[in-house]
Design a protein around this ligand. Structure first.
Ligand code: FMN
Length: 249
């Protein structure tokens, strides 16, 4: 199951297909105990069956990672010429300082976060679809997490994802705010963001699957989503292989 969840993250889309996410899977009781200390003592770190420490590699657009991405593209039919052009574009874009390249500002960490959170969210959905409960966590000290898990300096830790089965009663549901609260509206040429405060109640485990009062779209949209998840599950049967990026080992 863990490999299915990780594979879902690894299959996430990324800019230039650079896949800058790196995952460290923490399962041993001792490591979870130490990780909990680095995560502000949050008990769910120890309670979860596994914690996926979701990281990002700012060097993904160059070096061996870029070579690997292009080698994989070649296996999928990209010609040498296509790969040469892609390499040229990527190298050109990512050799510029952040802010000049693709409007990423103030630094490249924005680019890292953007991608890692896609993989993170995809793994949440996959875990929930498979019947697990998930606990996303931003409450941790990056330097301490890196020290506990011996994560290289260059890698950024973005978020932790606890996966397990909820014990006892779930917390009270927090409804999503109405659409108007966070959707950018454009009226008469002027755009404004509607935002409202949400009080975050801390929970042992987040249960995304039970959100009766949240409407993501029409029934047709939801069906497409379910079909996509089923497709992803089917793919698992065939690609049930690597589940930890070697980069963080
Ligand atoms: C990126 C992210 C980081 C979070 N970090 C924490 C955390 O460190 N500790 C915690 O108890 N909950 C954390 N949460 C859980 C949120 O508080 C929770 O999702 C929110 O209260 C909404 O609850 P619901 O998911 O049950 O609707 C985090 C959620 C997200 C998406």
């Amino acid at each position: 199951m863990l490999s299915a969840i990780l594979r879902a993250g690894l299959e996430s889309p990324s800019g230039y297909n650079l896949q800058p996410w790196r995952f460290v899977v923490v399962r041993s009781a001792e490591q979870k105990r130490r990780l909990r200390e680095a995560a502000m003592g949050q008990s769910k770190v120890e309670e979860a069956g596994a914690v996926i420490v979701c990281c990002g590699d700012p060097n993904a657009p160059r070096g061996t990672n870029l070579d690997e991405v292009l080698a994989e593209a070649a296996k999928h039919g990209f010609s040498k010429e296509q790969n040469r052009k892609v390499r040229e574009i990527i190298t050109g874009v990512f050799s510029k300082p952040a802010g000049n390249a693709m409007g990423v500002a103030p630094d490249w960490v924005v680019w890292i976060d953007r991608h890692v959170m896609i993989a993170f969210t995809t793994m949440i959905w996959m875990a929930e679809v498979l019947g697990y409960d998930t606990a996303p966590m931003e409450g941790f000290f990056e330097d301490k997490v890196k020290s506990v898990l011996e994560i290289p300096d260059s890698i950024r830790v973005v978020a932790l994802l606890g996966i397990g089965r909820l014990k006892g009663a779930d917390k009270r549901m927090q409804a999503a705010t109405p659409c108007a609260a966070s959707v950018l509206r454009r009226r008469g040429g002027k755009a404004s963001i509607y935002k409202c405060g949400r009080i975050a109640l801390q929970s042992p485990i987040t249960r995304m699957s039970r959100r009766p009062n949240v409407h993501y779209g029409s029934l047709a949209d939801i069906e497409v989503c379910i079909i996509n998840v089923c497709f992803a599950l089917l793919k698992q049967t065939f690609f049930n292989t690597v589940f930890m990026s070697a980069k963080c080992q």
